[in-house]
Design a protein around this ligand. Sequence first.
Ligand SMILES: *Cc1c(COP(=O)(O)O)cnc(C)c1O
Length: 394
Amino acid sequence: MHRTAALQSNSPGNSLEAYAAGKLEQLQARHLRRELVATTRESGLWLERGGRRLLSFSCNDYLGLSHHAAVKDAAIEATRRYGTGAGASRLITGDHPLLGELEQRLARLKGTEAACVFGSGYLANTGIIPTFAGPDDIVIVDELAHACIWAGARLSGARVVAFRHNDTGHLGELLHAHRSGAQRALVATDGVFSMDGDIAPLGELAEICVRHDAWLLSDDAHGVGVLGEGRGSAALFPGAHIPLQMGTLSKAIGGYGGYLCAAQPVIDFVKTRTRTIVYSTGLPPASAAAAIAALDLIESDPDLRAAPLRKAMLFTRLVDAPAAQSPIVPVILGTAERALAASAALAEEGFAVVAIRPPTVPQGTARLRIAFSAAHDDSDVTRLAAAVRKIAAA
Ligand SMILES: *Cc1c(COP(=O)(O)O)cnc(C)c1O
């Protein structure tokens, strides 16, 4: 049967395709359809897509380590020695020696007793939260926290409540109202917010959590390697009690994988019971080796790890925006249509700055999300700032 004819017919055999096609049409009409664009990243900075060579301000590879020779060599060497895959879940035969070595490095960096490496940051949060919260419990989440925190919270079966973004007073009220009705309470937030670049008030959050016997989870996906001398956003709040510190190896660390840093019994329990550890294959040797090599570079080079924030602050100064707190700077444009047009205009000037639309960000806050890298020249930042000013004025 001809394809379009199949889509038009209402016969039961075609309801799936018709459903998908109808949904795509609705999204297209609202400028919310998304499409993959094949992209060749030639370096930490330059990419090629749609026949064009663009300077990227949309990669989370803040230190350019995904293309660093020492990091690539470590991955290649690990592949030669240990193969391309872990071969099984870590609890079966997949616990290759690089995972333990990486966990020691991460625990040392974060100042915790122990660490556990996951397949990705998404797998970390969707595994950790249901390990520590269940149907008798409450999970309270910053409203702008990353999608995988929300996914983990919902998977847990606990009562899930949002607190207003970075509003410690609101969190206190919610704990006051709901804590006694729950057996355990877990509070989760991004350390650096992925789409806004601002930092959670981890010191105050930690105090409130301790007062109410709630467990604080901070997601440091965008802090590790670039804030707090490379130790991440929690290091900006010395003494804050953050018992669950998760993050990813896929951003400043330049590769792939996720982690949790915590006390020894917490990590031992995760390795025993967390479903995304027990029922998912261990991180490949190449990814673990790349992360170890990246941590060597991060720990030994203060200028490198300070550079992305320095570039972001140069940009916010040039466009008269509030000073950047992290390498992420949003330029909020409102409608999806405006954000797409701004992104297209920047591509005309040779920049890759991808438009971020709902549901990744709340309705009415579609934006350009600009990510700065240690590899950007100050002159690149200056040119981008001029182009963004022109667009904002238009
Ligand atoms: C990217 C991101 C994740 C997911 O990490 P992956 O390793 O890419 O799965 C989790 N949390 C935050 C805040 C992120 O920005």
